[in-house]
Design a protein around this ligand. Structure first.
Ligand SMILES: C[S@@+](CC[C@H](N)C(=O)[O-])C[C@H]1O[C@@H](n2cnc3c(N)ncnc32)[C@H](O)[C@@H]1O
Length: 244
């Protein structure tokens, strides 16, 4: 889709009422920026989002194969999308149900160009969604994390910002834009906490080799067995911290 056509779609989305559905949508500023980013990424062959709403309308034009993992629960975030004349149903598949259940069972069988996390916001649900998505996002692909004003979601943002797997491109209102780097990152079935930027300082501090003892310390240690107690006592005063 051309950037001009995508801009026209965005204007129609922005013209919808703010409370178009009952689950809370992105701001106009954020939708404008997201449209620009998706326009620059064309063509987008495979995209995924958690949660549904105005962004689904946008992705239905910006991507040729878009998966939306969401629940409607009567808030209209899916039903209003499906009923909207702006919606391009041909490009979207809904995977309806709690992402806590649908995502682990889903087979992500191709590299993801763009993933947006904006479904359930309670801890640890966005973290769970991240787990199911991150290793499928291709190098150069984007991860978008919404509502980073929520402290538990800000924690994900801080973790990714420090991780070599991601470059933080920008933050617009409460949406962060990360780009996947070439760095290997952690395997989804192993550990590797020590490789992650936020943890590296602690890991390096704890794994430093012990400092070799000073000459005075060595003399004090050697003298322990042979020197008279008074001399040993004097040495102990000199070498603070030497163990008995
Ligand atoms: C903030 S809204 C998404 C807004 C959308 N991105 C937009 O621009 O309009 C959150 C979405 O997550 C859905 N949701 C809430 N809990 C969910 C869950 N456990 N599993 C899947 N979707 C959920 C809501 O119904 C809603 O569709």
């Amino acid at each position: 889709m051309s950037e001009n056509r995508l801009d026209q779609v965005m204007e129609s989305i922005i013209a919808l009422p703010e409370d178009w559905h009952g689950a809370g949508s992105m701001s106009e500023k954020t939708l404008r920026h997201l449209t620009k980013v998706l326009g620059e990424m064309q063509p987008i062959n495979y995209s995924v989002e958690t949660g549904s709403g105005k962004t689904t309308l946008l992705f239905s034009h910006a991507s040729t194969n878009h998966k939306t993992f969401a629940l409607d629960s009567g808030n209209g975030s899916i039903s209003n999308v499906k009923a909207s004349p702006i919606f391009n149903a041909e490009h979207v598949t809904f995977v309806e149900g709690p992402t806590q259940i649908t995502m682990p069972a889903f087979d992500f069988d191709q590299p993801i160009d763009v993933a947006l996390i904006d479904g359930p916001h309670g801890y640890p649900f966005p973290d769970l969604e991240y787990y199911h998505l991150y290793h499928h996002i291709r190098e150069g692909g984007l991860l978008l994390l919404d509502d980073i004003q929520i402290p538990t979601i800000k924690n994900i943002h801080r973790t990714l910002e420090a991780d070599d797997m991601w470059d933080l491109l920008e933050v617009v209102d409460n949406l962060s834009f990360f780009r996947r780097t070439a760095h290997e990152g952690v395997s989804p079935t192993e550990d590797g906490w020590w490789k992650q930027g936020l943890n590296r300082e602690l890991y390096e501090r704890n794994s430093k080799p012990p400092v070799p003892p000073t000459v005075l310390q060595r003399v004090a240690r050697k003298g322990k067995s042979v020197l008279p107690p008074r001399v040993k006592g004097a040495l102990k005063v000199l070498v603070r911290g030497v163990e008995e």
